[in-house]
Design a binder for this molecule. Structure first.
Ligand code: NAI
Length: 509
C-alpha cells in the first residue's frame, strides 16, 4: 500500500453529525488516525457505523480493496471524553452553530491539548476571529470550512482570522489536498467566499418574483436555459431547504450592517415561518409527490394567423444578430427610420425596462415588446420577451409566436429593468467583483470556490468575461437609474475592468 504522510498524523473531530462524519471519512482516507468525539453517544455510534458502511460500499463497488478498507477502519476511533483528545495534532470542530458553545468548547480544549495543536472550526456563518477571541494562543486557530456532503463537495475554505498564523493556513491547505479536496484561502469575512458569492443568485431571483415579474417556475426555466445553471434558484432553495438558506441570507445581511445588496426576502421569511421549507417537507416553491416536483406546463405558443411586420430599434443590443434571427425565422422586417403603424416593435435594452425605452425612443408602447439579448441567442435554449403595461395582446402573441417558430422555448415576462438573466448575472458578477475588491480571496480562488462549492456553470468572473464587463456594467448602471436603489451600485473593481475593457480574470492590481 502507498505510504501516506499526512500533515497531521492524529486528528480529532468534535461533533459527529452530517459534517463531522464526512470530514472524519476523508481524514482517515488521507492516512490520519481520527478520533471522533460527540456529547451524544448515539451520534457517535451512528457516525462510526455510517462511515464504515461508506467504505464497505466502496469495497463492494471495487473502488477500495480489502486491505485499504481495513486500514481506514483501523484509523477511525471514538472518544468518550474530551481529555482523550490530548495528543492530537489537529482538532476540527463541527458542533452546533452557536458562538457561546463553540467558544466554551475551545476554552476547554486549550486546557487539554498541546500548545502546538492546531484548532479549526467548520463554522459556516460565525466569525473565526470572534470564536478565537478568548484563546490563549489564537495564532493556531483557523476556519476549515467544508461543504455538505463532504466527500462529494470537493472544496474547502481555509479561513485566516485576524490573529491566525499564515503557516497554520498553509498546512491546513496542504492537508485539504491530501484529503483529495481543493483548498481556497479566504479572509475572515461574513459568508467567507462561497456563501457570500452565492448571494447574487437566489436573492435577486426572489426580488424578481417579489416584483411580480414572473413566477418561480418561469425564472427557474430562464436561468437554466439561458445561462446553463443546473438548478434554477427556486429548485436550489427547495433542495437546500429554507431553514438552512434563509438564516444564511439574514446572517450575511446583518453581519455586513444591512448592506442592501444582501437584503433577504420577505418571501422566504414567510415560507420559513409557515414550514414550507422545500423538498424535505414535501412542499417548497414546488410541491413534491414521491420526491418529484410537480411543475405546471408552460403556457402554449399562441396561434397567430396574420403575423405583423417587425421593426427593430436602432439601439437594440446585438442588433445585427437580432435582425439575422428575425430573417431566419421568416419575419417581414421593416427597414424604415420608424415603425409603420402596423409593425411589431422590438427593443433589446440592457438594464432598462421596456416601458422606459418605448418612452425615450418615442415608440408606440402598445406595439413594443422587449427581448433579452445579453446572452447570444445561438448559445441559449430559450428566448425571453417582456411586455410593458400598454403592450397589446395581439402584439405580445405575435412576438411570442414569431420567436417560437424554430421550436426554441420562449418565456414572456412582465416588464422589468434587466429582464431575468441580466439582473441575476449582473448581480452575481457584481457581488463577485466586490469580493475581489475586499480582497476576501484571489480572483482565481473565487472562481474555484464558486464552481466547486455552488456548481455554477462558470465562475462569476468568467461569466462576466463571457457576457462582457461593459454589458454587465451597463445593466447595473441602468438598473440603478430605474430603481434608484444602491443595491445595483457597481463595485469599483468591476467599474475599473469595464472602463479599460480587459479580461476580468487576468488583470492583477
Ligand atoms: P449536526 O447537527 O448534524 O451535528 C452536530 C453534532 O454536534 C451533533 O451530533 C451534536 O450532538 C454534536 N454536538 C453539539 N454540541 C456539542 C458539544 N458541545 N460537544 C460535542 N458535540 C456536540 O450539524 P452539522 O450540519 O454537521 O453542522 C456542524 C457545523 O458545521 C456547524 O457549525 C455548521 O454551521 C457547519 N456546517 C454545516 C454545513 C451543513 O450543510 N450541514 C455545511 C458547512 C458547515
Amino acid at each position: 500500500m502507498q505510504e501516506m504522510n499526512p500533515v497531521y498524523p492524529t486528528i480529532a473531530i468534535i461533533g459527529a453529525g452530517a459534517m463531522g462524519r464526512g470530514i472524519a471519512q476523508l481524514a482517515a482516507q488521507a492516512g490520519s488516525t481520527v478520533i471522533l468525539y460527540d456529547t451524544q453517544t448515539a451520534a457517535l455510534v451512528s457516525a462510526q457505523q455510517a462511515i464504515e458502511n461508506q467504505w464497505d460500499k466502496l469495497l463492494g463497488k471495487g473502488k477500495l480493496d480489502a486491505a485499504q478498507t481495513a486500514a481506514y477502519k483501523s484509523r477511525l476511533q471514538c472518544a468518550l471524553t474530551l481529555s482523550d483528545l490530548a495528543h492530537c495534532d489537529l482538532v476540527i470542530e463541527a458542533i452546533v452553530e452557536r458562538m457561546d458553545i463553540k467558544m466554551g468548547l475551545f476554552a476547554d480544549l486549550e486546557a487539554i491539548v498541546r500548545t502546538e495543536t492546531v484548532l479549526a472550526t467548520n463554522t459556516s456563518s460565525l466569525s473565526v476571529t470572534a470564536i478565537a477571541a478568548k484563546l490563549k494562543h489564537p495564532q493556531r486557530f483557523a476556519g476549515f470550512h467544508f461543504f455538505n456532503p463532504v466527500p462529494l463537495m470537493k472544496v474547502v475554505e481555509v479561513i485566516q482570522g485576524l490573529k491566525t498564523d499564515t503557516s497554520v493556513c498553509d498546512a491546513l491547505a496542504q492537508y485539504a489536498r491530501q484529503m483529495g479536496h481543493t483548498p481556497v484561502a479566504a479572509q475572515d469575512t461574513p459568508g467567507f467566499i462561497v456563501n457570500h458569492a452565492g448571494r447574487g443568485y437566489g436573492t435577486e431571483a426572489l426580488r424578481i418574483v417579489g416584483e411580480g415579474v414572473a413566477d418561480f417556475a418561469t425564472i427557474d426555466r430562464i436561468l437554466r436555459d439561458q445561462v446553463g445553471f443546473k438548478l434554477g434558484p427556486f429548485e436550489l432553495m427547495d433542495l437546500t431547504a429554507l431553514d438552512v438558506s434563509h438564516p444564511v441570507m439574514e446572517s450575511i445581511y446583518h453581519q455586513y450592517f444591512e448592506e442592501p445588496r444582501y437584503r433577504p426576502s420577505v418571501i422566504t421569511a414567510q415560507r420559513l415561518a409557515g414550514g414550507v421549507l422545500g423538498r424535505k417537507t414535501g412542499e417548497g416553491f414546488y410541491r413534491y409527490e414521491a420526491g418529484v416536483a410537480q411543475i405546471s406546463p408552460e403556457p402554449a405558443v399562441p396561434v397567430v394567423a396574420d403575423m405583423p411586420p417587425v421593426w427593430v430599434s436602432p439601439r437594440a443590443a446585438r442588433r445585427s444578430e437580432l435582425l439575422q434571427l428575425l430573417k431566419n425565422l421568416g419575419a417581414q422586417i421593416e427597414t424604415g427610420v420608424s415603425p409603420s403603424p402596423a409593425a411589431l416593435t422590438l427593443v433589446a435594452p440592457l438594464g432598462f425596462d421596456v416601458t422606459t425605452v418605448a418612452v425615450v425612443e418615442r415608440l408606440d408602447p402598445a406595439r413594443t415588446v422587449g427581448i433579452d439579448l445579453l446572452v447570444d441567442d445561438a448559445a441559449t435554449r430559450r428566448r425571453v420577451l417582456a411586455t410593458n403595461p400598454a403592450t397589446r395582446v395581439d402584439m405580445r402573441d405575435a412576438a411570442h409566436a414569431l420567436m417560437a417558430r424554430d421550436g426554441k422555448a420562449v418565456s414572456v415576462i412582465r416588464d422589468s429593468a434587466g429582464f431575468v438573466t441580466q439582473r441575476v448575472v449582473a448581480n452575481i458578477v457584481n457581488i463577485a467583483a466586490d469580493i475581489c475588491q475586499q480582497r476576501v480571496c484571489t480572483p482565481a480562488d473565487l472562481e474555484t470556490a464558486v464552481t466547486l462549492g455552488l456548481g455554477y456553470p462558470l465562475g462569476p468572473l468568467a461569466m462576466g468575461n463571457l457576457y462582457g464587463p461593459t454589458n454587465v456594467l451597463e445593466v447595473l448602471f441602468n438598473m440603478q437609474t430605474v430603481y434608484g436603489d444602491p443595491r445595483y451600485r457597481p463595485s469599483p473593481w468591476l467599474r475599473r475592468r469595464g472602463a479599460i475593457g480587459l479580461s476580468l480574470m487576468h488583470e492583477e492590481e
